[in-house]
Ligand binder design. Sequence first.
Ligand code: ATP
Ligand code: MG
Length: 528
Amino acid sequence: MIHIFLNKERIHLENKEKVPHPEKAVWTYVAFSIVWSLGANLHEDTRNMFGEFLRGQIRNHYHEFPDGDVFEYGINPTTHTLEQWTNQIPDFNYDPKINFFDILVPTNDTVKYKYLLKELIYHGYNVLFTGETGVGKSVIVKDFLMTSDERIEPAFVNFSGKTTCKNLQDAFEGSLDPKRKNLLAPKVLNTSMIFFIDDVNMPQLETYFAQPPCELLRQTIDQGGFYDVKKLLFKHVKDTKFIAACAPPGGGRNAVTPRLFRHFNMIWVPDLSSASMKTIFTAILKGNLDLKKGGGISIFAEYIVKASVDIYKTAIKEFLPTPTKCHYTFNLRDLSKVIQGMLMCSNDDIPDKEYLVYLYISETYRVFRDRLIDEKDREKFNIMSHEYLETHLTMDWNLADFQNTIFGDFETNERKYVKLSDSNELIPRLDELLMVYNSDADTQMNLVFFQDCIQHLARIARILRQQRGNAMLVGVGGSGRSSMAKLAASINSMSTFMIEITKSCRQKEWYEDIKKMLRKCGIDEETV
Ligand SMILES: Nc1ncnc2c1ncn2[C@@H]1O[C@H](COP(=O)(O)OP(=O)(O)OP(=O)(O)O)[C@@H](O)[C@H]1O
Ligand SMILES: [Mg+2]
């Protein structure tokens, strides 16, 4: 890394005006380079130890080396000194038009990793991000690629268990321009093609434990190209670099051969600190509430997010996955879903703090509590969330008031996402919706709506109206999963397509089903 910084084009050590203390400048760059080459791949548990050791060594030569976490220092390009990343965080402006999943709130982590990406990629290195699931690897890289200058042409490839060499080859050939029969290069002259390969360790192992797509990738980097097995010639790939991301092996992810990873600068992305989580979600929620005419309630965003982070942290600790509760796995995405859910309710429909808290609790219950399988766990969750709300929002409230609050958009034809009335008042409306369903369904459903059933319906309808809203309904037979799912889909003007997994169902049948379903959405333009 040192030569990225210490080269003539970047810094003229002889120029006393620009670099008054050349020795200090050299130490700054050396220290920074050591941290982000030798130390970059360290787990957060050992980063401190590494930092202390490094400080000891460097202070022997450069006494002013700063205190504190060495990973928290970036470089100030004008003074050539170390400076906390926090000083470089740009302001965030919430824009309601941006898709929720594309929002990246700048934090010291995003600033840090984007800076490293920029330096490494522009100097021709491949970069690999690793880190636990949901720490923001994909969002950081995507944001970097989408906001980089015209010198970079990005392309995105997602690996999965079933990715084959042919898929990767198609991706190369689809994104790069065939300059000659045996040469692929970026379309525009003097640009670099950057492939972002997400989940690079997903491909399944073949008989001899290799991962063919990873091998193809390795060959492309190692030998500057790959063999076209049809035309039987070697295709060179020019001006192309790679950014890869993956989480540690386990849960379908495999250990990748070091022969591939040696080509990458590896950077470990630690779990988000509570402070970063608070910054991110407060910025989004407050940004949204600030848009409310008359304002006033946005001050509660901070407290709501504080409570959410505490609930999330406790949920990770208290509700651990076991064989019977294997789906008790919570990550940052769940916290993000609570906020995404809150944004579904229009600001104009939130009159006061109390309503906002109702909305908040309802979303928290949907995301966290609906996953819990027994009364004991749910009770524990209720008490815990109650405690955190009392601490952070100083609300004097009764558990029972909030227990059965549900939000939904089907009470009126305006489809506003609001607090739903009491179950009994909802029944006539639901009967009406059921009639609509029955009027175009092949098989009629005859449902009696009672409280639990209405709640299930609202839960499914809520998920379906969300972007990336996928639901997995777990329960004993006959609990109404399929009928509620059908009705909820009909409420959201979606049609349903059922894939039944039987004993004789093989891959071929599965593909046929998928084809049929995709035709429905693609050709018939139905939301399925
Ligand atoms: N700085 C941020 N600003 C806004 N949202 C963020 C930020 N960092 C993380 N997130 C949220 O965290 C979620 C997970 O991020 P991302 O998908 O990048 O994780 P990942 O590290 O790629 O995980 P995986 O290994 O599972 O692919 C995103 O949905 C995003 O909403
Ligand atoms: Mg990812």
